[in-house]
Design a protein around this ligand. Sequence first.
Ligand SMILES: NC(=O)C1=CN([C@@H]2O[C@H](COP(=O)(O)OP(=O)(O)OC[C@H]3O[C@@H](n4cnc5c(N)ncnc54)[C@H](OP(=O)(O)O)[C@@H]3O)[C@@H](O)[C@H]2O)[C@@H](O)CC1
Ligand SMILES: Nc1ncnc2c1ncn2[C@@H]1O[C@H](COP(=O)(O)OP(=O)(O)OP(=O)(O)O)[C@@H](O)[C@H]1O
Ligand SMILES: [Mg+2]
Length: 384
Amino acid sequence: MSLSMGACPHAWRHHLQHRGHMWATSPAFRRQLFLLRSLAPTCAHGGRASSSSLQVHAMSAAAGPVYEADAEAVVRRITPPLDRARHKGQAGKIAVIGGCREYTGAPYFAAISALKVGADLSHVFCTKDAATVIKSYSPELIVHPILEESYSVKDDERESVSSSILAEIAKWMERFDCIVVGPGLGRDTFLMDCVSNIMRHARQANIPTVVDGDGLFLVTNNIGLVEDNPLAILTPNVYEYKRLVQKVLNCEVNEENASEQLTALCQKIGGVTIMRKGKADLISDGKKVTQVSTFGSPRRCGGQGDILSGSVAVFSSWARHFLLSNEQTTEKSVNPMVLGCIAGSLLLRKAASLAFEKNKRSTVTTDIIEFLGQSLEDISPAGR
Ligand SMILES: NC(=O)C1=CN([C@@H]2O[C@H](COP(=O)(O)OP(=O)(O)OC[C@H]3O[C@@H](n4cnc5c(N)ncnc54)[C@H](OP(=O)(O)O)[C@@H]3O)[C@@H](O)[C@H]2O)[C@@H](O)CC1
Ligand SMILES: Nc1ncnc2c1ncn2[C@@H]1O[C@H](COP(=O)(O)OP(=O)(O)OP(=O)(O)O)[C@@H](O)[C@H]1O
Ligand SMILES: [Mg+2]
């Protein structure tokens, strides 16, 4: 738990007091609470069920109900105000574990997105080869060149190198509000072993963990790393989801039964939240299935999932601290990890939409990152 926000949520309590107890009993608050709770049932394409769409809705209901999240209300609700009394770190400290010889873009996209959404500090733990490259993309990121791949470690040094990597990252771990494991990590066996240790350590320290990209490759082959961990979020794309379903449920992906299968997957793993990315992002913690289907962009350039993982890390931390600070007034059954996924999904989609409006077919991931700020501002103005 982070020293700044997690262990000491006074700043958030202060923010609530600042907004006042009147706010807690006001119609506006009750309406937002209702919006948050009522992830109202919709038809498959995401609109409210009308008589003409009832058939579609009934079909999706037959395969297990999917609820369209009121994602804008969620974003507004969990985004903290820019309070002048707060100090650096209180809006979130995020770390990305990823970045190797092949991939330097993915960890950069995830880490810079966390900052652009509103986190105060964003770290990257990557291999030595990747570090200078990632640093050169942005002076905003704090880059730790501590990971090693097999080719750079002698066989008889593996154990000691692995221990010193864990010791180095352990020094930092308690400070993070959330870590993102996997963007651009690669699949080197030695690296995977080290990252498994890092994930176990994060779990012991109760640090929420978003698992994406090659982190999902690791977890799919070692489900114990996330089993029964309510602070774990998995964000699989179509291939990653397919591999998870095959491994955990021992069957193929069934589109007709998508929500039931997702629920079963969450339940089988136990406790985790999964966001299945696609045309609509399907989110479940094994209790119900929520979707975000706001249209984003028709461009499918690589890296959008990385923006999403960095954004989800920030929003789930915000949601967690918001709920912790609202013990009296907030519905206990709301899962902050689910709220984080809903908010991250919406923000990425809004930013992708604005970027596409401007850049059309030439839209790339950095163009989308440029619009994260405006997208959040449109939903939850900073001057509020
Ligand atoms: N700029 C950067 O640095 C970026 C780096 N990134 C990093 O790259 C790493 C790997 O992530 P990944 O998403 O590319 O890997 P993975 O999901 O394996 O798909 C790769 C391709 O393999 C194929 N394919 C795989 N499985 C299949 C299946 N079952 N069935 C069929 N096809 C299958 C499929 O290709 P296709 O066959 O469609 O040509 C698919 O497109 C990871 O660390 C990630 O973070 C990205 O974030 C992007 C930006
Ligand atoms: N067919 C689609 N239509 C609309 N949006 C989509 C579609 N597929 C994915 N997305 C959006 O793009 C985001 C990233 O999903 P994607 O499946 O591209 O992840 P990814 O493959 O992990 O990305 P990355 O290239 O970063 O690894 C999702 O949140 C989703 O909102
Ligand atoms: Mg990905």
